[in-house]
Design a protein around this ligand. Structure first.
Ligand code: NI
Length: 139
């Protein structure tokens, strides 16, 4: 593990009070871990912007499987992106609705495109791309 370095930060008192309130609500016991997580989050967001970085995430979809050919179309898309879609989970929520969670990895732009294609299908009621990283380059 790399050496731990201490540094000080100057901040407006009101802003710091808001920060302390926020991290308390989120369950952090000290500022350092909260700041580290903010930095990691910024680095992951940056990685999604860069062309050559491999990132990971999940695409979640809720859709009506009665909609004409929708389930087939969504499956067709998944078969086209075998390299990026590494796993999938399908849950039959009720008689009409399905929940799908796809684990994805690859370049940010490609993953965003796949999410856009899937989520824009008519009959997909809700969905979201959750962006994270492979963990490889993040201390
Ligand atoms: Ni289903």
């Amino acid at each position: 593990m790399a050496e731990l370095v201490r540094f000080s930060v100057s901040m407006d008192q009101d802003l710091l009070a808001r920060f302390d309130e926020l991290i308390r609500k989120r369950g952090y016991t000290n500022r350092s871990e909260a700041v580290r997580d903010l930095v990691r989050d910024a680095l992951v967001r940056q990685a999604w912007e860069e062309e050559d970085r491999e990132v990971a995430g999940t695409i979640t979809l809720v859709y009506d499987h009665h909609k004409h050919e929708l389930a087939d179309r969504l499956t067709d898309v998944q078969h086209k992106f075998l390299e990026q879609i590494v796993a999938s989970l399908h849950v039959h929520l009720d008689e009409d609705n399905c929940l799908e969670v796809l684990a994805v990895r690859g370049r940010g732009k490609e993953i965003q495109q796949i999410a856009d294609i899937l989520l824009s299908h008519k009959g997909v009621k809700h969905g979201r791309l959750v962006t994270t990283c492979t963990g490889k380059h993040l201390p």
